[in-house]
Design a protein around this ligand. Structure first.
Ligand SMILES: [Zn+2]
Length: 392
């Protein structure tokens, strides 16, 4: 970024923005990485270990892919809960809509990326009977809302640049790809995120606007094939999105942008008329050694005190079960968390991203028996002065 650009951005952070506040407890669930394959279950684990990879250092070494049963168990847990208006929580599920086509990639020596849309199945060596149907059932039942994450999660140009070279990085990719695993991010952060190349100069890391536009268009096409609908909300892989990303999203009818945790910012619109939401509760039992239901409840309460929604972040790994059973503990904790919120707040409301968009836009919320007015308060804030989340 140029000096003028940096000054402009700093100036913008000092400029007051209209934030939306609601005087009743709102809870949203946002979850990333659905549809994205990782370790190819027990076989993949064995194959990678025999190639000399010491897996097990971090939870993401055991990231696999959800099964139909994982998805149905989550759906059952959500259906067991109701808010004050009788609605179950509906999880915003952000999908990666394609995986690597390892069969095609092996033909040209694993030097190029080829993609296989989830709508056409999972890559060679993977079996997930009924998984896509399980996603669709949950959507039909109103407990999942599909949204856009991306096509590859990693930056394609960064991966192809490294795969076509010689040396350690190319061979690390080849070992994983031969075992049907696309990548393990913490072991190779140089793969970046879909719209963000970490090896470019600091102010050029985001891909050019036209490159992003082409990718987003393809991703939306693959999403439409998978769900026969268009996404209304999106979360960029690694939360790496810039103004170009938001503009293209808006052009395609996406009117909610999900942002990562760390700051307590009220929902607000950007100049493209996209509503920005920030995650305010980190519910990640699989990856957070300090996780506790009590801490998550405290985080939610501090949102309610500020009259902002509790936006709960839960990544898909928390529901995986094939190599490590992350699912059992997560569902038990989630059940406890939702039960505690429901019993303490008799006016609690579960919303998904589009509900919240409609609420701030119209001041009304749809309930099973009709729509009700909800008081929305506009209060200015400046980005330079927002509260950091209290990790109590
Ligand atoms: Zn992700």
């Amino acid at each position: 970024m140029t000096i003028a650009g940096k000054l402009w951005q700093r100036g913008r952070d000092l400029f007051p923005i209209a934030g939306f506040h609601v005087d009743r407890p709102l809870v949203l669930l946002q979850s990333d990485d659905w549809g994205r394959v990782g370790l190819r279950d027990a076989n993949g684990l064995e194959q990678l270990r025999s190639s000399g990879l010491a897996l097990g250092e971090r939870p993401y070494d055991f990231y696999t892919l959800e099964t139909a049963e994982d998805v149905r168990s989550l759906s059952t847990t959500l259906k067991g809960h109701r808010d004050s208006g009788g609605r179950s929580p509906c999880m915003e599920m952000n999908f990666i809509v394609a995986n690597l086509d390892f069969a095609r990639m092996s033909v040209d020596g694993f030097r190029k990326v080829h993609l296989l849309p989830v709508a056409e199945g999972f890559p060679m060596g993977w079996t997930r009977p009924g998984l896509v149907e399980a996603y669709r059932e949950g959507i039909e039942d109103g407990v999942f809302q599909p949204a856009l994450h991306g096509t590859t999660h990693f930056c394609r140009s960064a991966v192809e640049r490294n795969a076509s070279g010689e040396g350690e990085r190319a061979s690390a990719l080849r070992i994983l790809w031969e075992a049907g695993t696309p990548y393990i991010h913490w072991r190779m952060p140089w793969i970046g995120y879909e719209y963000w190349d970490p090896e470019s100069p600091e102010d050029e890391r985001f891909l050019a606007a036209d490159a992003q536009a082409e990718m987003i268009e393809q991703t939306i096409g693959a999403f439409a094939k998978l769900f026969a609908s268009l996404p209304r909300s999106a979360c960029a892989p690694g939360y790496r999105a810039n103004d170009d990303t938001h503009r293209v999203w808006a052009q395609h009818g996406i009117h909610v942008a999900q942002n990562g945790p760390g700051v307590l910012i009220p929902p607000h619109f950007d100049r493209h008329n996209v509503l920005h939401l920030f995650r305010t509760v980190e519910f990640e039992p699989a990856t957070d050694p300090a996780f506790s239901v009590e801490a998550c409840l405290r985080q939610a309460e501090s949102c309610f005190e500020r009259q902002i929604p509790a936006i709960v972040s839960l990544h898909s790994i928390n529901f995986h079960s094939t190599v490590r059973d992350f699912r059992s503990r997560t569902l038990e904790a989630l059940d406890e968390f939702l039960t505690a919120l429901e019993s303490k707040h008799t006016n609690l409301m579960y919303l998904h991203d589009e509900d919240l968009h409609e609420l701030v836009d119209t001041g009304r919320h749809k309930m099973p028996y009709g729509s009700i007015p909800v008081k929305v308060i506009r209060r200015n804030f400046t980005k330079s002065r927002v509260a950091r989340r209290q990790d109590a």
